[in-house]
Design a protein around this ligand. Structure first.
Ligand code: UN1
Length: 476
């Protein structure tokens, strides 16, 4: 293998899975050239035909679901129940956009002038640069690739270098289903190649999922270059549990929301706002459940929480935990340690960790992306909503209550793109818009119909069949 390479390893065991060659700038140039060439014909393929190819690819994913889920667990660690869910999310997305092939609706509307016809249609945006993270290594690429393909775009995908195989499995399924050569090309690498994509004059649009800091940089460059850019960034999602809530339900939700994917979700429940009347009972029971979670290799069906994705991610979580203990002076209720015992020694494992703190602490404000959640005590629903909205992010929020008035007020007042009632902050479905407000994004939404607005441009069409010059706004 020539050029730079990187190792794809299993974060539960440290075992080497494969060695991947990092793409070079000239690989990227070739991919862009191929995408530009393919765009000329792909944009003319009727959307129902494009939809049929999507459908075939989604069937291939279905056929290999078990194998792809296992390979995903091996390269990024989350338990196999969840990696099956990840592949399923890509399958669902393919199914949804395959059907969109026979919709992709535009609108007709009357003209203000006689003998004139007016409508709006969706046109593809061009060559797209897609940059995706490792936590949903097939689902997130599918949220971008499927709508982008359906709209008639061509694209270059750069997955995280921690999850090259899941991206490859997905792209190979697309090719096998009949996506023509040059329409989707994979490049591998990190910042160097990502930056080059954002700046590349042959790429018309960037769709990026990752951290808020990198997102701001991407948006800055795209702004200067007049490039369309959609961003899906971080979250500091809160679940709020009122004194009238079903506590058993809320506890199950908290456990799943905070420790699912070892907390490495942008939708993770990283704050839990509790009414003072139930604070003691809820925190004691949550701690009991968190301590009882089985942590280990995600391939073992008895394991409930896998490792963090990498040594760097483990260090990041440990740094936040130290900060929480010593600088924020939050109360550590359970966890807080890197796990090194026995079989866990070779992996990047961290205990499920629960702090009790106050809303302005760093651990209650910054995205940790690990199995750490912070309990926050409030005296009322109103105070809870202030805490809920008191962060720079606005992805997902949840309220547990039996009071319809509180539920409706929360739906109205939560500053989030996704609101759950009596369910945790995770669990978005693919036909609804996914994304958030404030520093979580830049006004776009992925998935569902909303993603079409990222990957297509509206074109207004006027057909004047009067045979004479008619002047809008001037002829009456
Ligand atoms: C993410 O956290 O990066 O709602 C995506 C969920 C998943 C998608 C999460 N369906 O948690």
């Amino acid at each position: 293998m020539t050029g730079k390479t990187f190792k794809n390893t299993n974060p539960a065991t440290g075992e080497l899975i494969n060695v991947v060659r990092e793409s070079t700038i000239s690989d990227l140039d070739n991919a862009v050239k191929a995408a530009r060439k393919a765009f000329a014909s792909w944009r003319k393929v009727p959307p129902p035909k494009r939809g049929e190819i999507l459908l075939r690819s989604m069937r291939i994913l279905e056929e290999h679901k078990e194998k792809f889920a296992l390979q995903m667990t091996e390269e990024m660690g989350k338990i196999q129940k969840e990696t099956r869910g990840d592949v399923q999310e890509a399958i669902d997305t393919g199914f949804y956009y395959a059907g969109e092939g026979r919709r992709l609706f535009g609108r007709t509307t009357p003209s203000e002038l006689p003998d004139k016809f007016a409508m709006s249609v969706r046109a593809p945006a061009g060559v797209c640069g897609l940059i995706t993270p490792w936590n949903f290594p097939m689902a997130i690429p599918s949220w971008k690739i499927y709508p982008a393909l359906l709209c008639g775009n061509t694209m270059i995908l750069k997955p995280s270098s921690l999850t090259p195989n899941s991206a490859k499995n997905f792209v190979l399924a697309l090719k096998e289903a009949g996506v023509p050569s040059g329409v989707v090309t994979l490049v591998y690498g990190e910042e160097m190649i990502g930056r080059a994509m954002v700046r590349h004059p042959g790429i018309d649009l960037i769709s990026f999922t990752g951290s808020a800091a990198v997102g701001a940089e991407v948006a800055g460059v795209c702004g200067k270059l007049h490039k369309k850019c959609s961003l899906e960034l971080g979250g500091k999602n809160a679940m709020m549990v009122m004194e009238d809530a079903d506590l058993d339900l809320a506890l199950d939700g908290a456990l799943w929301g905070a420790f699912g994917t070892a907390g490495q979700r942008c939708t993770a429940t990283s704050r839990i706002i509790l009414h003072e009347d139930i604070f003691k009972e809820f925190s004691e029971r949550l701690v009991g459940k968190a301590q009882a979670l089985t942590v280990g290799d995600g391939r073992d069906p008895a394991v409930e929480m896998g490792p963090l994705v990498s040594a760097a991610q483990l260090r990041r979580v440990a740094r936040y935990v130290e900060h929480g203990k010593h600088k924020d002076r939050a109360k550590l209720l359970c966890g807080g340690r890197i796990l090194k015992e026995g079989a866990l020694a070779k992996g990047f494992f961290h205990e499920p960790t629960v702090f009790s703190g106050t809303p302005n602490m760093k651990i209650a404000q910054e995205e940790i992306f690990g199995p750490v959640t912070v309990l926050l005590k409030v005296r009322s629903f109103e105070e809870g909503m202030k805490v809920m909205n008191g962060t720079s992010y606005g992805l997902s929020g949840s309220l547990y209550t039996r009071d319809i008035r509180r539920a409706m007020a929360a739906i109205r007042d939560m500053e989030t793109g996704i609101t759950y009632i009596n369910a945790p902050t995770i669990g978005a479905e693919v036909h609804l818009p996914f994304g958030g407000v404030k520093h979580t994004g830049n006004g776009h939404r992925e998935a569902g119909e909303a993603a079409l607005d990222i990957f297509s441009e509206w074109k207004a069409v006027y057909i004047d069949y009067s045979g004479k010059l008619q002047k809008a706004q001037i002829d009456s």
